[in-house]
Design a protein around this ligand. Structure first.
Ligand SMILES: Nc1ncnc2c1ncn2[C@@H]1O[C@H](COP(=O)(O)OP(=O)(O)O)[C@@H](O)[C@H]1O
Ligand SMILES: [Mg+2]
Length: 254
């Protein structure tokens, strides 16, 4: 049985794609059969890891146009990592989620259960918002981890998410775990960042992780590479970034 983890907050630009992609790579590098599913109609995770356009996408699988195994692609250069992609341009996931998905809210859960036999770990990258598509991905998950950036309204955004998630769990009779927060693009020198970290910790409800600002993420994404395996002029990820990834990797998959 595989474990499925989604990284989500309704806000954009907080690092959902960066963190889900990096942790999927880490799981694969550790030797686990790992599947990343791009559930974002913008297809950012897919354009990160794929250099050639795929033949099929997630929406094709959901609409019965192909089998999951026909759409899943092994990622070049990263053993054990597979991707179920979404086309950023010309894709049908957005249209599908706005039309047919309402009749089948458990379709992603069914898919994850069906292909879970073949994977140890499944990672879902979601789009911002809390519409039908995100809801169906959240109820397909065993655990949701929330990345946020240390900004003025970030704790409000977290409260809103907790509230919505509570309602979703009740309505859908689902018991997904949500007890980890990642403060992304954290800078210890900035007081506001330290304050937001303390406030998140003091709620007592969450284990709070910090990932520093690290320009290597963007560069690895531009080069279609795993950040852990990528170097620019001989330098890889910052030591603190690598430590945060290791810590998360250890805690998530237990
Ligand atoms: N820790 C970080 N340090 C520096 N840049 C980051 C970090 N995390 C994310 N980014 C950059 O921020 C941008 C938004 O991140 P992304 O993962 O796409 O957010 P989301 O998926 O939540 O919209 C991307 O350009 C990404 O490379
Ligand atoms: Mg994203």
């Amino acid at each position: 049985m595989s474990k499925t983890v989604a990284f989500h907050l309704q806000k954009g630009g907080v690092g959902k794609t960066t963190i889900s992609g990096t942790l999927a790579c880490q799981s694969a590098l550790d030797g686990f059969r790992t599947l990343a599913i791009d559930c974002d109609p913008q297809g950012n995770l897919s354009s990160w890891f794929l250099t050639d356009p795929p033949k099929y996408e997630l929406a094709d699988v959901l609409q019965g146009r192909c089998f999951a195994r026909n759409a899943i692609i092994p990622i070049e250069g990263i053993d054990n990592l597979h991707l179920l992609p979404t086309f950023g341009i010309g894709g049908t996931l957005k249209n599908y989620s706005e039309t047919k998905l309402s009749e089948e809210p458990f379709i992603l859960q069914d898919l994850v259960r069906e292909i879970g036999e073949e994977y140890d770990h499944i990672v879902l990258d979601l789009s911002p918002g809390l519409g039908r598509l995100e809801r169906s991905a959240l109820i397909a998950s065993d655990e949701i981890i929330t990345p946020m950036t240390p900004e003025v309204f970030s704790l409000d955004g977290l409260e809103i998410f907790i509230d919505e998630l509570q309602r979703l769990k009740k309505n859908m009779r689902c018991d997904v775990k949500h007890n980890k927060i990642i403060i992304n693009s954290y800078d210890e020198r900035i007081r506001q960042h330290r304050d937001i970290y303390s406030a998140a910790q003091s709620s007592g409800r969450f284990r709070v992780y910090r990932i520093p600002v690290d320009p290597l993420f963007r560069k690895a994404q531009e080069a279609s590479r795993a950040p852990q395996m990528f170097k620019v002029r001989g330098r890889g990820l910052k030591a603190a970034t690598a430590e945060a990834i290791d810590e998360l990797d250890r805690d998530i998959w237990v």
